[in-house]
Design a protein around this ligand. Structure first.
Ligand SMILES: CNC(=O)c1c(C)[nH]c(/C=C2\C(=O)Nc3ccc(Cl)cc32)c1C
Length: 282
């Protein structure tokens, strides 16, 4: 039986992003704490609404301990709004964690980074292993890996969220409108408008792990034009010296300008540096 908005008690706003607003809610039937994300689909074309439906159906199928769990959806046609009822992640998002580390001038321990790294690899492996239905063959690619889309639960375990909804909700595939904010993690192939592929997720993951280490993205610029130049040049500073050469070399391999030369998820998971973490968190 689909739930209704009145089945939930709104507690407070916990975040808003390119997709809409995130509210912490309590389910009245069992007092379970959840989150609802409300999204306005009013200005979408029919094909985009179909795409949104397929993305939500995909979310329903993605059941994995390191992926934000989808619970339900509520459609309010009178307001053209879609409400996704999702798992509550008490630790918030990695963007807030990075901001706090910068403010406190404190770097994360390598152990913490490798835990997050290995859990994200396991989450992405589950996505890439998930096959799209309805004729859309091919892997489920995240397409929007960034610190604001990675959450932590009460045990500081990773919860990967938001699969392509940001892309759908911007219902404009042009570069300028596809991304809200500066696309720091955009891969060279995306800059060159070449087909997004699984190695593009590897690039974005490399950028994310780099930023967890350095507390800044590997490529920064005052505007998107100069950022594109920086990304295509592919030059970036070493992560802080407190981090191992193994971690530096792994990130550098993920930021290879040639997507086919980047390691696969399995290559990274099988590396000497990560294999014990992957085993522990599998
Ligand atoms: C300041 N906000 C937070 O600390 C925070 C907390 C405690 N949780 C969240 C966000 C989510 C959360 O807790 N569950 C979610 C499921 C999907 C999406 Cl896209 C976001 C969330 C946030 C942004």
């Amino acid at each position: 039986m689909p739930s209704k908005l009145c089945d939930y008690e709104i507690l407070y706003l916990i975040g808003s992003g390119s997709y809409g607003k995130c509210l912490k809610v309590r389910r009245k039937s069992d007092s379970k704490i959840l989150v609802w994300k409300d999204m306005d689909y009013g200005s979408m074309t029919e094909p985009e609404k179909q795409q949104l439906v397929s993305e939500v159906n995909l979310l329903r199928e993605l059941k994995h301990k390191y992926i934000v769990r989808y619970h339900d959806r509520i459609i309010d046609r009178s307001k053209s709004r879609l409400y996704l009822i999702m798992e509550y992640c008490a630790g918030g998002d990695l963007a807030s964690l990075i901001t706090k580390c910068r403010k406190d001038r404190s770097f994360l321990d390598e152990e913490t980074i490798l835990k997050i790294f290995s859990q994200l690899l396991l989450a992405l492996q589950a996505c890439h292993g998930q096959r799209r239905r309805n004729g859309n063959q091919g892997k489920v690619l995240h397409r929007d890996l960034k610190p604001a889309n990675v959450f932590l639960d009460e045990n500081n375990d990773v919860k990967l969220g938001d699969f392509g909804l940001a892309r759908v909700l911007h219902h404009d595939t042009s570069f300028a409108k596809t991304f809200v904010g500066t696309p720091y993690y955009m891969s060279p192939e995306q800059m060159n408008k070449v087909q997004y592929n699984d190695k593009s997720d590897i690039w974005s993951l490399g950028c994310l792990i780099y930023e967890l280490c350095a507390l800044v993205p590997p490529f920064t610029a005052p505007n998107q034009k100069l950022l594109a130049v920086k990304i295509k040049e592919g030059q970036f500073r070493r992560i802080p010296s407190k981090y191992s050469n193994d971690l530096q070399e792994c990130i550098a391999s993920m930021l290879n300008l040639t997507s086919t030369l980047r390691p696969s998820l399995e290559d990274i998971m099988g590396s000497l540096m990560l294999r014990k973490y992957v085993k522990e968190y599998s």
